[in-house]
Design a protein around this ligand. Structure first.
Ligand SMILES: *[C@@H]1O[C@H](CO)[C@@H](O)[C@H](O)[C@H]1NC(C)=O
Ligand SMILES: *[C@@H]1O[C@H](CO)[C@@H](O)[C@H](O)[C@H]1NC(C)=O
Ligand SMILES: *[C@@H]1O[C@H](CO)[C@@H](O)[C@H](O)[C@H]1NC(C)=O
Ligand SMILES: *[C@@H]1O[C@H](CO)[C@@H](O)[C@H](O)[C@H]1NC(C)=O
Ligand SMILES: *[C@@H]1O[C@H](CO)[C@@H](O)[C@H](O)[C@H]1NC(C)=O
Ligand SMILES: *[C@@H]1O[C@H](CO)[C@@H](O)[C@H](O)[C@H]1NC(C)=O
Length: 890
């Protein structure tokens, strides 16, 4: 066989003459030979032949794509039909199709397969059954009449003749053809048995009944002898009632996945029973269901695995109920999980073909080679193993998965190829480079089948395995610790039983690439510029590139130009590959690896870069406990950024903050860096607050944490009273008390207001006045008791004080303040003041005012002067220039 030629390839681009070998007989195709084994395009299907059909013939189709074209044969019941050897008047072959003329049941019914074959192998088609359709006649015997009491149930048996195909439909003729009985709640025809069920017989049912069987495939019907049904009047003239009695009981049923099935259930009884369907242990029937025949038939469409279970039908009437249940099983036809494909393999190599099919029950798997069975395995999985392929293993393989529900074919061609070694597609590289002291591998990958033996020469010298040199399994030559002496011409020789070939290249040993300046571990601050050094020596013949990686991710200087750049160097400063990080950030931290690389070899070095900076923001800040003036806070530590946290600062922002960034340091101001909780004090009660926290390390303060949720401190009695309490009296008995209201953050609670207290100097009791609007700044009290009489030009003194209150309680009173009454009468007459703008006059005036006991205090006088000043016209009056001097004197 070795003398017959060679190659068997389907590679279309193969430029040389292609020669195919099968079972030792060589065939030669053209340059672009693309021969292949048969692939079915049409396969025979089951046929039901109807005797006496006008055609008088059966045609079973078979067509395969193949190059060269396939020849066809047929088998019947596994027996080859010898069409050529023993011509038969019934059989003829038209293309691949088998035509049977005037078929005879005995000779021609059976299972047929088409066998297609060319030089690459043989495949068998799916099996196709030829069956002769028939529908038998009912027997000639007369049928017994059926006597039933009115109100009782009745069953008329059909007892149909045999038929093929088995799918037939049943109806009943009533009295005469073509009058068919209508089914309804009372009358039901089982499509499984053909029997007619009448739930309760009525007088009008009297008549002759015949079971009518039709085969839709054959287009033929037959009917039985008539059965007379004779209803008898009830015993005492009145129908009796009977409880429901199920007579049509669907059996345990196995359905094929995705098929449609029908379950029948019908009950006799008087009154006519009502039928209810259920799936046991399920709330509903499957979605794809339909109930027909007045409830007697349950159809399930597109049955799925989840539809498996007990189905229950219940028949109920007023006399009683009956029930029936049976299992529905779901199974499925085989499906491929893994199958075989066309494969080309070297002669002598190992090979495994695998077919895996799913299906329920588990499919059997059979293997065929070139139309003959090799064996079978069960449980859905099959393998064919070849330890060393030979040409005889070439051919068409089929694996067939079959279970009760179906059959699945997978076909593939295995082509075992052989060729003499050739370097045509993959020669040894002409120019080889190896680094000094390095490992050099010279590849030798010819195409060859079977695997060739490899030998190597250097110049004229044959090479053997040694401590430094070895010929590897795949044919490559490996040289360790290369030196200048290893330079030279290397030739790989490959030889198998088909022939031999060689291919050479020249090996040059270059200086090793070596990093001379390695990057050093570095620590920098955020924002700094960093330069990591990397310089290398290398063979001047070669080009060098520097590759940088951070934590083993290679830096792409084009994409990441904003962060990294190569340090530019002068033209003659070759071998420098420094890396610059423009603006060091925390995420730049990591291990930097510099690789100096030439086409021949490389060297690497690494350093660790540490970035220090201000801490990151602390984590979630939570308010754990709330009181009136303090809260307890918890937070989690943020990133230290390589420098321990020295302290934390807590800040607050409250409801009255003026702008969004109005954060103020809280008390305590500074917290030890090891803390993760704190009590913040000196808060305003009844105030909405948010908190945030800032960590500080040696390098400064970091970003603040995200603010906490808003909380409100508890309320408390106020402590701040209004300020600038003042007042005066009027001539008409008014007393006016003024103050500056309390700022809202001092309210400390709901219902904030003031209580003003006042009394004449010499009185014992205080008058109280409650002010509920916290923005009020004056209170006017009018009392006839205070109206001064003309005689009573005496100055009165009043005492006033004020305090705050809220829902929680009262704050402290201010100090008592004295106000005077009436005010108008208190100031000296104008003429005294402004008799003229003369120093003396004024001084005298002043002195005389002071001597007047009514004015009593210098403070009072002061107030009078101010009052006068504020009255306006005096601003521009020359008198004003002297007022300052007057005041200085007081
Ligand atoms: C039933 O058939 C019998 C005899 O075949 C016939 O005498 C009778 O009249 C038929 N009954 C009806 C209702 O057609
Ligand atoms: C099931 O019934 C549906 C609806 O009648 C029909 O379209 C479908 O072809 C049927 N499927 C099978 C497998 O008979
Ligand atoms: C066979 O071919 C199909 C489709 O081309 C592919 O999905 C499958 O993985 C192949 N099987 C094997 C064993 O190569
Ligand atoms: C190659 O060199 C390495 C060190 O450079 C040495 O350990 C090893 O033994 C050498 N191998 C041979 C085969 O000389
Ligand atoms: C040389 O050694 C390699 C393993 O290092 C082995 O696979 C190969 O068969 C050996 N070749 C010869 C010619 O001994
Ligand atoms: C190497 O192959 C060439 C053809 O490619 C052939 O002419 C030559 O004789 C071969 N050398 C040896 C030593 O076999």
């Amino acid at each position: 066989m070795a003398s017959t030629a060679l190659l068997l390839l389907a590679l279309s681009s193969f430029p040389s003459l292609t020669v195919a070998v099968l079972f030792g007989e060589p065939r030669i195709y053209g340059e672009d030979a693309t021969g292949y084994g048969p692939i079915f395009e049409e396969e025979p299907v089951d046929v039901v032949y109807i005797e006496d059909s006008p055609d008088g013939r059966i045609s079973m189709n078979c067509r395969a794509r193949a190059n060269p074209p396939a020849t066809y044969r047929w088998r019947r019941d596994n027996w080859e039909i010898k069409l050529k050897e023993q011509p038969d008047e019934h059989y003829s072959l038209v293309g691949g199709n088998l035509v049977i003329t005037n078929p005879i049941q005995k000779k021609h019914a059976g299972t047929y397969v088409c066998v297609a074959r060319n030089i690459y192998g043989t495949v068998i088609s799916k099996e196709a059954r030829v069956k002769f359709g028939f529908l038998g006649e009912f027997p000639d015997e007369e049928r017994e009449p059926v006597y039933v009491k009115e109100g009782q149930g009745a069953v008329l048996l059909c007892v149909p003749p045999k038929a093929w195909p088995q799918e037939v439909t049943y109806r009943w003729i009533y009295n005469e053809f073509p009058v068919f009985l209508n089914t309804d709640r009372r009358r039901f025809v089982s499509q499984k048995t053909g029997n007619l069920y009448i739930a309760k017989v009525e007088a009008q049912d009297a008549g002759n009944y015949s079971c009518f069987v039709s085969s839709p495939v054959l287009g033929k019907s037959v009917f039985s002898k008539f059965i007379p049904l004779i209803p008898l009047p009830p015993d005492d003239g009145e129908e009796r009632k009977y409880p429901a009695d199920i007579r049509v009981k669907f059996p345990d049923t196995t359905a094929m996945l995705a098929s449609n099935i029908t379950l029948e259930c019908f009950a006799l009884g008087n009154p006519i029973p009502h039928i209810v369907w259920r799936k046991v242990d399920a709330t509903d029937l499957p979605a794809n269901h339909e109930i027909s025949e007045s409830g007697a038939v349950l159809h399930l469409f597109n049955v799925q695995y989840e539809d498996v279970g007990f189905y229950d039908c219940e028949a109920i009437n007023t006399k009683g109920k009956d029930w029936h249940k049976a299992w529905l099983y779901v199974e499925s036809a085989p499906e491929w999980a893994e199958t075989i494909n066309n494969t080309m393999k070297d002669i002598g190599s190992e090979h495994t073909m695998r077919c895996v099919a799913s299906g329920k029950p588990f499919p059997f798997i059979r293997w065929y080679k070139d139309g003959y069975m090799l064996g079978f395995t069960v449980y859905g999985k099959g393998e064919l193993k070849f330890s060393s392929l030979t040409f005889a293993d070439s051919g068409m393989y089929q694996c067939i998965a079959e279970n009760y529900w179906g059959i699945k074919y997978a076909n593939a061609e295995l082509r075992v190829i052989a060729c003499a070694p050739t370097f045509e597609f993959n020669p040894v590289k002409k120019q080889l480079l190896g680094a000094k002291d390095g490992r050099v591998v010279i590849e030798c990958k010819p195409r060859a089948a079977p695997r060739p033996r490899f030998t190597w020469t250097k110049g004229k010298e044959l090479l053997y395995n040694s401590s430094r040199i070895s010929i590897m399994f795949d044919g490559s030559l490996e040289i360790l610790n290369a030196t200048k002496n290893d330079e030279g011409v290397y030739t790989c020789f490959a030889e198998n039983d088909r022939g031999k070939a060689n291919s050479s290249g020249y090996l040059t040993i270059t200086e090793a690439t070596s990093i001379t300046v390695a990057p050093e571990d570095t620590e920098v601050r955020v924002g700094d510029e960093v330069i990591l050094k990397c310089q290398a020596s290398y063979d001047p013949m070669l080009d060098i590139t520097f590759i940088w990686a951070i934590d083993f991710r290679v830096i792409d200087f084009n994409a990441e130009w904003q962060q990294y750049e190569r340090v530019m160097v002068g033209l003659n400063e070759d071998g420098v590959g420094d890396l610059r990080i423009l603006n060091a950030q925390i995420w730049h931290e990591g291990r930097y690896t510099c690789t100096a690389q030439t086409v021949v070899d490389s060297d690497t070095a690494y350093c660790d870069l540490k970035i220090v900076g201000v801490p990151g923001p602390p984590g979630v800040i939570r308010v754990e406990e709330i009181a009136d003036t303090w809260v307890k806070l918890w937070w989690t530590k943020g990133a230290e950024h390589n420098s321990p946290i020295l302290y934390y600062t807590i800040q607050t922002r409250h409801y009255w903050a003026l702008y969004e960034d109005d954060w103020r340091n809280a008390t305590p101001t500074v917290l030890d860096g090891s803390m993760e909780k704190a009590e913040v004090t000196d808060l305003y009660p009844w105030m909405e607050y948010q908190f945030r926290i800032i960590a500080t390390n040696e390098h400064g303060s970091g970003e603040a944490s995200i603010p906490s949720l808003k909380i409100k401190t508890w309320d408390a009695p106020p402590v701040v009273s209004p300020t600038n309490l003042a007042g005066y009296g009027g001539r008409n008995g008014e007393i006016i008390i003024t103050w500056t209201p309390v700022e809202p953050w001092y309210f400390y609670g709901k219902k904030f207001g003031y209580i003003v207290a006042f009394k004449p100097h010499d009185a014992y009791d205080w008058w109280y006045e409650t002010i509920s609007d916290p923005e009020t700044r004056r209170h006017v009290h009018r009392d006839t008791y205070f109206i001064p009489t003309e005689e009573d030009f005496q100055v009165r003194e009043f005492q006033v004080k004020i305090k705050s209150f809220n829902v929680k309680g009262d704050g402290p009173y201010t100090l008592t303040k004295v106000i005077y009454y009436p005010r108008d009468g208190l100031c000296p007459p104008l003429k005294l003041w402004f008799g003229g703008c003369q120093w003396l006059t004024l001084e005298q005036a002043y002195n005389s005012i002071l001597r007047d006991t009514r004015y009593r205090t210098a403070e009072r006088l002061d107030s009078c002067i101010n009052n006068q000043l504020n009255r306006g016209p005096f601003h521009n009056n020359p008198i004003s220039c002297h007022l300052g001097q007057i005041l200085e004197k007081i």
